[in-house]
Design a protein around this ligand. Structure first.
Ligand SMILES: [Fe+2]
Length: 243
């Protein structure tokens, strides 16, 4: 007999890998108050370590490592003032474009323990992927694809996921995908990746309060139980010394 636990918080995944919490630099938290509100909500859900990942996308979110580090410092300062006891680090969510390729070649990437989070276009499949992954790996970076379940052009070619894994790409799925937050097809593919054991990391991809509302549902779901049963989730290995 299988017993599904009912959870009001999240004792199993305490590190979030993927969010947009640095105020005012992308399409996530709008200002400091919004940012602190979202972070308090994530704390209430059981998260104790956050790896926030602002967009870096040429022409739309022209963020740099310096901008992101400054935002992180300001956020940490507010944690002290407001007595928020949560550990936060920053990396980035790189869009697969020329800026990303240049940062790889200059060996100037924001990463967490060598893990580099990147996303593809939602409209067109990536070109020259093998070469890019080679360039990352030769510099000892570990490529992590953000929300692989959200690229619709892979949905009719599920063997592409196996190919991406064979290239050495790790997968970060969005927890909210598991309960249909984005769409039914995205939910279906997230569950497929979960069943195949292809998921290495999970993320909240928090931009606003609606993501948190949905996460409350995910954390009590049988879909999360199945994910944790079928996959070795590495989130809590990203930052050492988790209490
Ligand atoms: Fe994101």
């Amino acid at each position: 007999m299988i017993f599904f636990r009912k959870r009001s918080s999240n004792p199993l995944i305490r590190t979030d890998f993927h969010s947009h919490l640095i105020p005012g630099i992308d399409d996530g938290a709008k200002d400091m108050a919004h940012s602190l509100e979202l972070i308090k909500e994530l704390y209430a859900l059981g998260y104790r370590k956050l790896i926030t990942t602002p967009h870096i996308k040429s022409g739309q979110f022209d963020n740099t490592a310096a901008i992101i580090r400054q935002g992180l410092d300001e956020l940490r300062g507010e944690f002290v003032k407001n007595g928020i006891d949560i550990h936060i680090e920053a990396a980035a969510e790189y869009y697969y474009d020329k800026t990303f390729l240049q940062a790889i070649r200059e060996d100037n990437l924001l990463h967490i323990n060598r893990h580099v989070l990147f996303e593809f276009s939602y409209m067109t499949p990536p070109i020259d992927l093998e070469e890019t992954i080679y360039e990352l790996k030769v510099r000892e970076y570990i490529p992590v694809l953000a929300h692989p379940e959200r690229y619709l052009y892979f949905h009719s070619k599920l063997d592409r996921y196996e190919y991406l894994k064979l290239l050495g790409i790790r997968f970060q799925i969005n927890l909210n995908s598991l309960v249909g937050y984005y769409s039914k097809p995205v939910e279906h593919v997230a569950k497929y990746l979960s069943q195949k054991g292809y998921v290495d990391f999970v993320g909240s991809d928090t931009h606003h309060a609606k993501h948190i509302d949905s996460l409350q549902k995910v954390l009590k779901s049988s879909e999360l139980d199945m994910l944790l049963k079928n996959n070795k989730i590495l989130n809590d290995t990203l930052i050492e010394g988790l209490k």
